[in-house]
Every structure is written in structure tokens, then in C-alpha cells.
Ligand binder design. Structure first.
Ligand SMILES: [Zn+2]
Ligand SMILES: [Zn+2]
Length: 289
């Protein structure tokens, strides 16, 4: 009976991180299959950069994503253990603080994460950290859904660091944390899709320009020293790090929808010189620092 109990405990402990990893692989893998293999030619008109990364690039992204999934899982298991032993502010039932607080806490988490991401990202662009750590993520000059988790293990720790930060700072219900994690995952994959789905005026209209787009983060991968933000286009505007041609590039990307025809020869790939290009970018960036 005791053995059954401990097996049950292990299943309950390992389920959330395993599901998280599986979700990522299923979502990123599914999107990759549709957009980069099956409907590649038909959907080219939505592609931000009109080229495709090499197989070598994608293999590297998947390899780093596996390391990241392991690191995320270890940290999440640790947080679950701390929570089970009442060391965190995670609570249940919902009634403890009411439904109003529940909804507010989801938005609060998103805003805290947005600030956390912007400032840790700026720190990762500090020359010594960029060269040793963040460069792994920037090897993807033309990101795919798998780039979303393609981090150096140290950066993976920084990224998942938001979880301990929020569970020790503010009270959250379990389900609010689940909604937040789902939103974070979807937005992260969307930012690395390599495809733009938003409408024409999205980057310019005051009703929507406070939110980032896939083009915004895609430009960060291409130009390195601009567009550090995650969900909202607020910190980049306040800190003057928004790419000066963001709106223009966004409109060019949308303009392609009219001009790009179905092209069966979409097998062109980026050169396999990504690390060399990144070093040029690092040089460029250092000149600016
Ligand atoms: Zn970066
Ligand atoms: Zn990225």
C-alpha cells in the first residue's frame, strides 16, 4: 500500500512539468509541421522573413528546448513542493480572496512578468552575459516556434525565475497560475512563430499598438539591439528601445500578403553562418554600448 502511495505521489508531482513540456512540444511541433512543412508554400504570404531557417538551426533549437524543459520542470517541482509545505503564497479555495481578486491577480502576474522580462532581457544583453549566455537564443536570426524555448541553461533559469518571484510576492490561486502559464506559453510561441497574423493597422492604431506583435520580436532577433519587450509595447517606448522603423516594417510585412504568390520553391534556407552573423551583431551591439 505504501508503495502505491509513493507511486501516486510521484505521478502527482511529475504530471504538471511533464504536461508543460508535452504541451510545448505538441503546440510548437504542431505549428512547425503546419507552417514549416505541410502548408509552407501556401502560407508564405504571412511569413515575416521570406526565408526559412536551415535544418541545422531547427535541430539546435529543439536540443536547447529539451534542456529548457528539464530546467523548467525541476523549478516547477521545487515550487510545488514549497507550496505543499506552505512556504509560498499560493492559496485555495478561490473564496479565500474572492473572484474579483482572482481575475485581478491574473492581470497583475502578466504585468509583473512583462516588467521582469524586459529588465532581465536588457541585463542579458550586457556584453559579458550576451556573449556567454543570451547568444544561444540569438543564434535564431529567423525564429521558428521552437526558438521560444531555445535558451542557454542559465537563461532558462532566469526565464523560469518569474515563477518563484510571483509565488513569494503576491497570493495566487492555482488556477490563476495555470491561466497565466498558458498565456505566457502561447504569447512566447506566437512571438517566435515567424508569421504575422495581426491586421494592417495593429502597430499604428492607438487601440492596439500597446500590445506587441510577432513582427516586433522577430525584429529583435534580426536587429538585436531593439525591441526587448514581451507582451506589451510599453517598456520599449518608455525606455526608447523600440525599433524606429517598427511600424514601417510591420506594414511592409502586411503588404507582402498582397504581393507574395504561392511559391513552390520555398526551400531556400538561411545560410548556416548564424554564429558568424551573430558575432557581427555582437560587435555592432558593443559599439553601441
Ligand atoms: Zn535578446
Ligand atoms: Zn526570442
Amino acid at each position: 500500500m505504501e508503495i502505491l502511495n509513493s507511486i501516486y505521489k510521484w505521478i502527482v508531482t511529475l504530471a504538471p512539468p511533464l504536461l508543460l513540456t508535452l504541451h510545448f512540444m505538441v503546440i510548437a511541433g504542431g505549428l512547425y509541421f503546419v507552417f514549416y512543412m505541410w502548408k509552407k508554400a501556401q502560407l508564405l504570404y504571412l511569413k515575416i522573413q521570406q526565408r526559412f531557417p536551415s535544418k541545422k538551426d531547427v535541430a539546435r533549437e529543439i536540443r536547447y528546448s529539451i534542456y529548457t524543459s528539464i530546467i523548467f520542470s525541476v523549478v516547477i517541482i521545487a515550487v510545488m513542493w514549497l507550496s505543499a509545505n506552505d512556504y509560498t503564497l499560493i492559496y485555495r479555495p478561490i473564496d479565500k480572496y474572492g473572484y474579483g481578486y482572482f481575475v485581478f491577480s491574473v492581470f497583475l502576474m502578466i504585468f509583473i512578468h512583462d516588467a521582469y522580462f524586459y529588465w532581465t532581457h536588457r541585463l542579458l544583453h550586457w556584453k559579458p552575459l550576451f556573449k556567454r549566455v543570451h547568444v544561444v537564443h540569438h543564434m535564431s536570426l529567423n525564429p521558428t516556434p521552437f526558438s521560444a524555448y531555445a535558451f542557454h541553461p542559465v537563461e532558462a533559469l532566469v526565464e523560469v525565475g518569474i515563477v518563484p518571484v510571483i509565488v513569494f510576492l503576491v497570493p495566487y490561486h492555482y488556477f490563476a497560475l495555470t491561466i497565466f502559464s498558458g498565456y505566457a506559453l502561447v504569447m512566447n510561441i506566437m512571438g517566435h512563430m515567424g508569421y504575422e497574423f495581426f491586421p494592417k493597422n495593429f502597430a499604428r492604431s492607438k487601440a492596439t499598438n500597446w500590445h506587441n506583435s510577432a513582427t516586433h520580436h522577430n525584429m529583435h532577433h534580426k536587429y538585436v539591439k531593439y525591441n526587448f519587450g514581451l507582451y506589451f509595447n510599453l517598456w520599449d517606448r518608455w525606455m526608447k528601445t523600440n525599433h524606429p522603423k517598427y511600424e514601417e516594417v510591420f506594414e511592409q510585412v502586411i503588404g507582402q500578403r498582397e504581393t507574395v504568390k504561392v511559391d513552390p520553391k520555398t526551400d531556400q534556407t538561411d545560410t548556416e553562418k548564424a554564429p558568424a552573423v551573430v558575432s557581427t551583431e555582437v560587435k555592432l551591439m558593443n559599439e553601441q554600448v
